[in-house]
Design a protein around this ligand. Structure first.
Ligand code: IMP
Ligand code: MG
Length: 178
């Protein structure tokens, strides 16, 4: 285990099992349709790679970059979307893919942005959900795990751009981020 990790919350095996279930559910729910997986970078990159390989549909992968944290463990509350959407959304089935749903600020802003372009449908899928921290009411359509109110890293999630490569999700030791 990485020395900065307090505790492993979700192991590689648990995550792998849960993503298989999510992939099977999405495959069933979208049977016969084409689906655009729209990943929110950078945190989604590991989750999206694994999820996409567990979805047995005609899938297109797109990304956008959003950030609200910078080099801090406290959300700035303001969402920066760093890339304009440069693909067709109108009339298509879109699913936003996030690493973690926390205050809800990011997904609320991104959902509004995508809806402006009139998709046929828009759903959201998040690996982790920290409901205790919600500032804006938001419920994801697909959730991997409900997460305790701790700062977590690994499996794509970072603190100051570090730890994204850990194969599990763990809580970060307080002395690292305080
Ligand atoms: P929200 O806008 O507060 O819902 O935050 C969502 C974004 O904040 C996620 O995409 C993450 O990048 C980041 N975030 C929230 N909580 C954590 C955490 O515990 N660890 C790492 N990143 C986090
Ligand atoms: Mg993120």
């Amino acid at each position: 285990m990485n020395k900065d990790v307090e505790k492993i919350l979700f192991s590689q095996e648990q995550i792998c099992e849960r993503i298989k279930e999510l992939g099977a559910q999405i495959t069933k729910d979208y049977a016969g349709k084409k689906l655009v997986l729209l990943g929110v970078l950078k945190g989604c990159y590991v989750f999206l790679a694994d999820l996409a390989r567990n979805i047995d549909l005609d899938v297109e992968i797109q990304f956008l970059t959003a950030s609200s944290y910078g080099f801090s463990s406290v959300s700035s509350g303001k969402v920066n979307v760093n890339e304009a959407i440069d693909f067709e959304i109108k009339g298509r089935d879109i699913m936003l893919i996030e690493d973690i749903l926390d205050t809800g600020v990011t997904l609320t802003a991104l959902r509004a942005m995508v809806l402006k372009q009139k998709p046929a449908s828009l759903k959201t899928c998040t690996l982790l959900d920290k409901p205790e921290r919600r500032e804006m009411q938001f419920t994801a359509d697909y959730t991997g795990f409900v997460c305790p109110n701790e700062f977590v890293i690994g499996y794509g999630l970072d603190f100051g751009e570090r730890y994204r490569n850990l194969p599990y999700v763990g809580s970060l030791k307080k002395e690292i981020y305080e």
